[in-house]
Design a protein. Sequence first.
Length: 271
Amino acid sequence: MDMDHVSRNGLVLLGCGKMGSAMLEGWLAKGLPNTSVWVIDPNPSDWLQGTGVHINADLPATPAIVLIAVKPQMMGDALPAITAMGNGETLFVSVAAGTPISVFEQVLGDKTPLIRAMPNTPAAVGRGITAIIGNAHATPAHLDLSQSLLEAVGQVVRLDSEDQMDAVTGVSGSGPAYVFHMIECMARAGEAEGLAPELAMQLAQATVAGAGALAEAADETPAQLRKNVTSPNGTTQAGLEVLMNENNGLPDLMQRTVKAAADRSRELRDG
């Protein structure tokens, strides 16, 4: 089960918003023929219409894969055509945030091979990270296939159990927003020290993006990279003494932030 299998039998993409478009762009760039792709979307974008894929057309009876990029309640009109493919050869992959595998099993049938994936928004620039977990009918080949599809928008990690999705949501799913806010805060702090707003924002954005790229590329741990730039009694040490304060600094704040997001994910899951 590989990309040739997908090219031959077809891929159905349910929903082509930002995430769907980013994935589709990656697949087409990797050589998936546009004639092998069927997209169902009520408001196809100009970009989508220019790709040459099938849009809102009759679907193949047993496509290799159906990728669900909308919430189940948004599937509406497409649902009858999709449910007919359940309990069969077709692999279903969902990137619908917060929707557990059990919901899809109820809709599609509990013998359906299913993989739940949690990507994040940097997927839009090919720098996402996606966590995946399969149900009992998802084979190692199914997981390999979904990983190669999702690698079109970044890195892929595999979980041991679906319960871990709540923690993943708290760290990488919601995490980009934490980093965006850190950029806002750094820029505002630069303004308070006398920088023009545009300059402070440029410095903050480039610093966070550059540090992230360095952390990923370097052999050293982030802790070691931090030590490397911290001279005794220097400016960095003065800043870190505030940021790393155990009582009111970043360690406690970040733990509470991730926990709050993971807790909300559990609440939403349990209805």
